[in-house]
Design a binder for this molecule. Structure first.
Ligand SMILES: Cc1cc2nc3c(=O)[nH]c(=O)nc-3n(C[C@H](O)[C@H](O)[C@H](O)COP(=O)(O)OP(=O)(O)OC[C@H]3O[C@@H](n4cnc5c(N)ncnc54)[C@H](O)[C@@H]3O)c2cc1C
Length: 487
């Protein structure tokens, strides 16, 4: 059986491993010159930067791939748990170290921002319950198969519908459970983990802070790109053939069955086609003559990002791997993003892998991945936005860190919505496919299979269950389960 996979994003790489481990003849076609999609790396003047994802959660889904292949993940891929998940900074001088240790976290939140521990305990318990009731249904199975709904777990979730906060916004949910405005802002931030707006997205998303606190945050021993390298190498050991600089132009369909793909004028016969590219472009270019799922393709896109990869020529002991510098007005910041604009006082995120991976920066320096959330590309004047944002970010960081940041930047690379789209073919430069701002968003992601075309499957951030590394890995698992009739 020949399997053709279109795209080598993390879900494409994981699908390749899964199919090869089952003994299929697997070929991966990738239009870029190497694997990884958004999960690649840049190098400049002695600094190494992860290009896209910086937060690594649920590492067990990567480990599962090695285990499927009969290998010990620790022989190839290692990571460590972060003791401090993230450092938070506010303009009024408040700083909060979000420890991975729940007891330490509660103590710190009480000391630094006066949060009542009992509120945090209630909040955590409620989010845990939401995850236990819905995690399996919404994240690990296809929502588009009857078998998913014909299950006792669904009946249990329905009986507890009122506890899921589906019809409240994430902000309303947070504000109803926690009194401190700073803590509400802290919990609202988790909506950005899938490119959404906490003032619109459903209160169901509060399972994200539970997952981070409950399961931890990690860093691969050689940085995030190490994930791509090792899943790619694993596929190679299993016999997967990768073809780089090979853009797929068409999926050929005969009698409502995917029969082949077309690459550079060549037809590649395929028993199964797995599409890891953005579904919007897949329908626009590769399935141009097929019926389109209009409702799915017209869903609001997730937010995008503007990233300055800065090589910094000194060390900042007050910073850790993940650092957040909050805006003074979160609601206004999201209102700007929602209306296609970039706020002048944005929340700034800095990721510094050299805190753990020493070789990522020269001895006395640090590699700053400095990011703000911005809207998806709708034709804004990005050159002007980049200039203005660079200035705003430098001023904000200099103000909070008490030193002129500009004088320490010795190298700069930039990624923004236009280049995210051109480098990874993500529609409008969205980071996570569609946004979760609509309360029913989970049901309007593309299914992991085509209901019109037999033997055509979809994985990756624009398909169910959505964007982010863990969910992309789960999409590959769901495809595997469907093909092998478990879903
Ligand atoms: C700046 C940024 C920060 C992020 N932060 C995080 C984070 O901290 N944690 C997290 O978990 N996630 C994060 N994400 C999201 C995460 O990166 C993505 O959800 C995930 O990597 C998407 O993987 P994917 O499998 O959908 O494929 P993609 O990475 O989207 O790759 C798709 C691949 O398909 C290829 N392709 C497209 N069309 C064709 C064609 N016609 N023929 C052949 N190949 C084609 C593309 O070249 C690309 O390589 C971030 C993303 C970005 C950009």
């Amino acid at each position: 059986m020949k399997v053709s996979i279109i795209g080598s994003g993390i879900a494409g790489l994981a699908s390749a491993v899964r199919m090869a481990a089952r003994g299929y003849d697997v070929n991966v076609y990738e239009s870029a010159d190497g694997p990884g999609g958004k999960l690649r790396e840049y190098r400049s003047n002695g600094y190494r930067f992860d290009a896209g994802p910086s937060l690594f959660t649920m590492p067990q889904y990567i480990d599962d791939l090695f285990k499927l292949a009969g290998e010990n993940p620790r022989d190839h891929f290692n990571y460590s748990a972060l003791e401090v998940i993230c450092n938070y900074f506010w303009e009024d001088g408040t700083r909060l170290e979000a420890s991975a240790d729940w007891e330490v976290f509660k103590e710190e939140a009480e000391k630094k921002i006066g949060v009542d521990r009992s509120e945090l305990e209630r909040y955590y318990k409620r989010n845990k319950l939401k995850y236990e009731l819905t995690g399996k249904i919404f994240l690990e199975k296809s929502l588009h198969k009857w078998s998913t709904w014909w299950d006792k777990d669904v009946a249990k979730a329905l009986m507890n519908l009122h506890k899921l906060d589906i019809f409240k916004s994430m902000h309303q949910t947070n504000a109803s459970m926690v009194r401190s405005p700073k803590m509400v802002q802290f919990f609202n931030r988790f909506a950005t983990y899938n490119g959404s707006n906490p003032y619109q997205a459903s209160g169901m998303l509060t399972i994200i802070p539970y997952l981070e606190q409950g399961f931890g945050a990690f860093i691969p021993e050689k940085g995030m790109y190490h994930i791509t390298e090792e899943v790619y190498n694993l596929g190679k050991r299993l016999g997967v053939k990768y073809h780089f600089n090979k853009k797929v132009d068409k999926i050929l369909v005969h009698n409502k069955k995917a029969t082949a793909i077309e690459v550079g004028g060549q037809t590649v016969p395929s028993d199964i086609v797995i599409c890891n590219m953005d579904v919007f472009f897949a329908y626009q270019h590769l399935l141009a003559d097929q019926k389109k799922p209009k409702r799915i393709l017209s869903q609001e896109k997730s937010s995008s990002a503007l990233i300055f990869y800065w090589g910094i020529n000194r060390k900042f002991p007050e910073l850790d791997v993940h650092n957040i510098f909050f805006t003074e007005d979160y609601e206004k910041e999201f209102a700007h993003i929602q209306s296609g604009k970039v706020y002048n006082d944005p929340t700034v995120y800095i990721n510094i892998t050299s805190k753990v991976v020493e070789q990522d920066a020269p001895q006395d320096g640090e590699n700053w991945f400095t990011m703000i959330n911005v809207p998806f590309n709708s034709g804004q004047d990005w050159d002007a936005i980049i200039e203005k944002s660079r200035q705003n970010i430098k001023e904000k960081l200099s103000r909070i860190l008490g030193t002129d940041i500009a004088q320490h930047i010795e190298t700069e690379l930039i990624l923004e919505p236009r280049t995210i789209e051109s480098k990874t073919q993500s529609h409008l430069g969205a980071l996570y496919g569609t946004a979760s701002n609509d309360r029913m968003a989970a049901f309007f992601r593309h299914p992991n299979f085509s209901s019109d075309i037999k033997d055509l499957y979809f994985c990756g951030g624009s398909a169910h269950p959505g964007g982010g590394i863990p969910l992309c890995l789960l999409s590959a698992k769901i495809v595997d389960d469907i093909i092998h009739t478990k879903a």
